[in-house]
Design a protein around this ligand. Structure first.
Ligand code: SAH
Ligand code: SF4
Ligand code: F3S
Length: 450
């Protein structure tokens, strides 16, 4: 590669989960600290960071089409310097270097604090790859948080030891590690000082977080939530994604006791069939999952539930798929994500017998999504008539229109006088599949829930 002038502007494109988005924000802060400015919307960037996701084949292949478009002048007029970050970088490292000569830097999700050094090399014309996985070092090396909107992500835990047989995350993100309690309290305070009123705690297995509190006592996610709830100015706490194996009594109790903890739980089940769950190496059965949800609902009766599903796992029969439809009806999810099984290189399921044909997967996904959609509409309709607080996140398209989230993570729009970051009280008056209309009751510090 030829030496080049240092980039003046950057753009970070994140393709993956919320943790990937958090990493994207932190990389942006790191580049800003190097004196590089975010490229204005619609204008060319000198440096483009593709912050990739490896979870399904489609997501992983996207990086190569994006590189092609960037170098062929389809995305911007002048080809930028390109860095590939995120989980594809971790999984394919050197392969990207070979397949895409236009890429200057390949940096894994645990190594992106080293971007500045890699950038210096790139300016000198040297390409570099860093996919080391040093535990935690990244967070200590990152700059302080900057001004952000009313909602913020905070990664508290990374990695996964669960090894579900379909999943790449244990390979791309490494073993489960928890960030120290005091670092998290400090980062949460900084986020609130910077304008956050809601913080979503993130982890591939967020409920596996463990640490020691400020008095040196062993502490789990519930303890951390209780501590964060004491921060003035922080109004809402959420967390995602949980694994059924890590949900403890204290966390269940916290849902009933901590008013700042929002009544929403994303708890993926993946399948309703015990045989499939076993083949997936999930540690729960359909029955144990349902019993766990009952305990959460006893603690917090208005809890909105969300989940993830995979259809067409190798060997899944029609009857087993029907069991997934059954659990969907039993739970009545407020919202959910569903995917066709995608074989991932290096995972045990990729070489299992009984790979399900594409047409069968398509049909199952359609049926599952129709069922999930039915429940989502029903949940939204059942909210009509309730009063709740909405955290205003942005302006709507029309004059005087605002958009925000209900405690149950529904998108709510309303018209009236408000500002971004306000917690306003609204009455929910009309429900659609994906959003609700609210009528403003009063501006100011409203009650959190109905
Ligand atoms: N740690 C979380 C999920 C992380 S990945 C958990 O255990 O629930 C997000 C979702 O992607 C998973 O819940 C699963 O539904 C889906 N997923 C993961 N690997 C997949 C694959 N190979 N094919 C299709 N969907 C997959
Ligand atoms: Fe993947 Fe399973 Fe770990 Fe979730 S718990 S990240 S699905 S291996
Ligand atoms: Fe994708 Fe990596 Fe997240 S594979 S889903 S970006 S952990």
């Amino acid at each position: 590669m030829k030496p080049t002038t240092p980039p003046k502007t950057y753009r970070v494109k994140s393709f993956g989960c919320q943790m990937n988005v958090y990493d994207g924000e932190r990389m942006a802060e790191l580049l800003a600290e190097q004196g590089i400015a975010p490229a204005p919307e619609g204008e060319d960037a000198d440096l483009v960071v593709l912050n990739t996701c490896h979870i399904r084949e489609k997501a992983a292949e996207k990086v190569y089409s994006d590189i092609g478009r960037l170098t062929k002048g389809k995305t911007q007029q002048k080809a930028p310097m390109i860095a590939v970050a995120g989980c594809v970088a971790q999984a394919e490292g050197e392969e990207i270097m070979v397949r895409a000569p236009a890429v200057s830097m390949v940096v894994g999700p645990q190594a992106y604090h080293r971007l500045p050094e890699m950038l210096d090399k790139a300016v000198r014309g040297e390409r570099s790859t860093d996919t080391d996985m040093p535990p935690i070092a990244k967070f200590d090396a990152l700059p302080a948080r900057r001004k952000i909107g009313p909602t913020a992500f905070l990664t508290i835990q990374e990695g996964c030891d669960k090894f579900c047989t379909y999943c790449v995350v244990p390979y791309t993100r490494g073993a489960e590690i928890s960030r120290p309690f005091k670092d998290l309290v400090t980062e949460a305070r900084k986020l609130v000082e910077a304008g956050a009123r809601e913080i979503t705690l993130l982890g591939q297995n967020v409920s596996a977080w463990s640490g020691e509190d400020d008095r040196g006592r062993a502490c789990g996610l519930a303890g951390l939530i209780r501590m964060l709830a004491g921060i003035d100015g922080l109004e809402r706490i959420r967390y995602t994604t949980s694994h059924p194996a890590d949900m403890d009594d204290d966390l269940i109790a916290a849902h009933g006791e901590v008013s700042k903890l929002m009544p929403y739980l994303h708890l993926p089940v993946q399948s309703g069939s015990d045989r499939v769950l076993k083949a997936m190496n999930r540690s729960h059965s359909a029955e144990s999952y349902l019993r766990l949800l009952e305990r959460f609902r006893a603690a917090r009766p208005d809890l909105a539930l969300s989940g993830d599903f995979i259809v067409g796992f190798p060997g899944e029969t029609d009857a087993e798929f029907e069991e997934t439809l059954r659990i969907v009806d039993q739970v009545g999810y407020a919202q959910a994500y569903s995917f066709k099984y995608s074989p991932r290189p290096g995972t045990p399921a990729a070489t299992m017998d009984g790979q399900v044909p594409r047409e069968v997967m398509d049909e199952r996904l359609q049926r599952l999504q129709a069922a999930l959609n039915r429940h989502q509409v029903a949940f939204n309709q059942a909210s009509v008539g309730k009063s709740c607080a909405v955290l205003v996140e942005r302006k709507g398209k029309l004059d005087g229109q605002w958009l925000g989230k209900s405690p149950w993570l529904q998108s709510v729009w309303f018209t009236g006088t408000a500002a971004i970051g306000d917690l306003v009280d609204v009455e929910l008056i009309e429900a659609g599949a994906n959003s609700l209309e609210g009528r403003l009751s009063r501006v100011g510090d409203a009650q959190q829930t109905a």
